[in-house]
Design a protein around this ligand. Sequence first.
Ligand SMILES: Cc1cc2nc3c(=O)[nH]c(=O)nc-3n(C[C@H](O)[C@H](O)[C@H](O)COP(=O)(O)OP(=O)(O)OC[C@H]3O[C@@H](n4cnc5c(N)ncnc54)[C@H](O)[C@@H]3O)c2cc1C
Length: 436
Amino acid sequence: MAVHAHFGRLRFPGEGWLRMQVCVVGAGIVGLTGAYFLAREGHDVTVLESGEDVARGASFANGAQLSYSYVAPLADPSVLPHLPAWLLSSDSALRYVPRPDLRQWRWCMAFLRACRTATSNRTALELLQLGALSRAALHELVERESIDFSHVRNGKLVVYRDAHEFGLARKKVELLAEGGASQSALDRNGCIEVEPSLEFAGATIVGGIHTPSEEAGDCLQFCRALANVLRDRYRVRILTGTPVLGWVRQGGQVAAARIAEGEVRADAFVLSAGTSSVDLAEGLGLRLPIYPLTGYSLTAAAVPDRAPGINVTDLHRKVVYARLGEQLRVAGMVEITGADETQRDTRLATLIRHVKEIFPLAADYERAQTWCGHRPATPDSKPLVGATKYSNVWLNTGHGALGFTLACGTARLLTEVLHGRQTSVDAGAYSLSRLS
Ligand SMILES: Cc1cc2nc3c(=O)[nH]c(=O)nc-3n(C[C@H](O)[C@H](O)[C@H](O)COP(=O)(O)OP(=O)(O)OC[C@H]3O[C@@H](n4cnc5c(N)ncnc54)[C@H](O)[C@@H]3O)c2cc1C
């Protein structure tokens, strides 16, 4: 079978731009939002998804945070003193297990380079700009298409248990204020005033950073609703159960994506396949510096008045909390161990133990639904958006720990670079060449 889009190439009135057949690979939050903004430009979009439904990868049960201002990259000088613990402690929130895997070693070397203070500060300011673009794009999309995804604009409190780390965080607040973020540092009592259910953890908390403008929502619900909008209102074809197996190359271009049933031809291809983007790109001779950072989540019935009302990050434990309607979503742990799920039960037990320390009465943890996912992370925590050496292959992938937050922003940026327009943020900051 050869799937062809049905529209011919048309010139848009006054724009000098061609209506294209665009094939997006991957129907997670990044692929779907990319497809949406491309379809709105009038392109004829097909999405190929290997799973039986949309959002079967990292977008399935993530931490639900729309963290537009709290964009601290993982690569930060403050992580360096913790490296021995990552290696030695199986209980640590961040865990690193060295593998005989060149991809892992290359990624770790680049990660260490990105931990330099100047690089980390620049990244935080760049992500703040992208976050602002993303927030505006998501609000516009949600309003225009009436997407329901348990969206709350309830703010975020990041709590600290270590005075030195809290001191560094206060400095970051000053830095991000220059970039337009509105955050405030609170002492222990201030934290409990903002979120009374922190009373059990009170003694262990030294302070917190409060960002009233942060939001949360259910990423899976968002993806499903957006997929329906794409099919019904924008005539986007979403072919689930259709993995891309390889490529048909022609000169400096890709002519088609190979699928089990044949080929899908298109004028342009966008790679948004999460951690699998690496293998797909390798089939084109492209090396993407993306590594899976494994994390876990649980979703449990919230106990009213006991569960946090605001989004909370327990920085020491690297655990985030969000209320999604009647439920509490908890997500955490960062493992640099490859896409390894063999420790799943042990790590989930550790996560539940950590959660009970801070919010012991907040939810029915015994009956929680558990999940394990792989963040498609670049070493510097910035996504890869833009051109490749193929004139018709584009990247929109590598969103790491912030994919839900940044997806609408990178979708906007993708459409801008693809059309050769002036970009809303510095496109060079997200190009593949920055990491090569
Ligand atoms: C534990 C955890 C907590 C997180 N918490 C947050 C949070 O609070 N806030 C936030 O902003 N972000 C969070 N994230 C990050 C966020 O979930 C990811 O960055 C985001 O989901 C990545 O989206 P994606 O579309 O790039 O990848 P995915 O959601 O993984 O989607 C990629 C899709 O491509 C498909 N695919 C793969 N290979 C092929 C192929 N060959 N052919 C066709 N299709 C293919 C997959 O099936 C998948 O559906 C969290 C992640 C984890 C793991």
